[in-house]
Write a protein that binds this ligand. Sequence first.
Ligand code: HEC
Length: 154
Amino acid sequence: MKPGSVAVLCWAALTWPFLVHADQAGGQVVEMTMPLTGLPGDAVRGRAIVASRQSGLCLLCHSGPFPEERFQGNLAPELNGIAQRLSGGELRARIVDARRLNPDTIMPPYFSTDRLARVAGSFAGQTLLNAQQIEDVIAYLLSLKTQAKSIEAF
Ligand code: HEC
């Protein structure tokens, strides 16, 4: 790795560092390589969170291999095949706080309590998903290599 190509940004609010560095083509890579928990993520639980209208709400904006979900979003990239484009660390950075990549994103920061607008009193100081739920979602997304291989309804 070239000297100077890696900038490690440690944010006071989070113990986990976001890493920003250049890939071989000169593009910017933003990732969080360190898992948020000691337990590995569970892809089946992760799928349920992504599809849930209560917790993840991902399908409000995204679509994916969810034949049982009639209404899926078209405001954001299709999640199927995402594991071919992004690593676990890159997925973690985007789900924890997509604003680190795009300050104007409409995607909610799922593991941050920083700069959240319109938070109801009883939810203040809470993250949208907890650390294990984030790891579960990542485990599921890493299974989305192709439609055929992804976890279908269970
Ligand atoms: C309110 C809309 C919205 C919701 C809800 C949302 N996202 Fe996103 N997401 C986006 C948009 C828009 C992008 C495209 C990049 C950007 O604008 O930040 C994105 C980008 C992503 C990416 C990177 C895609 C790529 O091809 O680079 C992943 C992975 C992702 N979202 C996963 C999720 C997951 C998992 C959830 C639920 C836990 C979720 N998103 C919820 C809007 C949303």
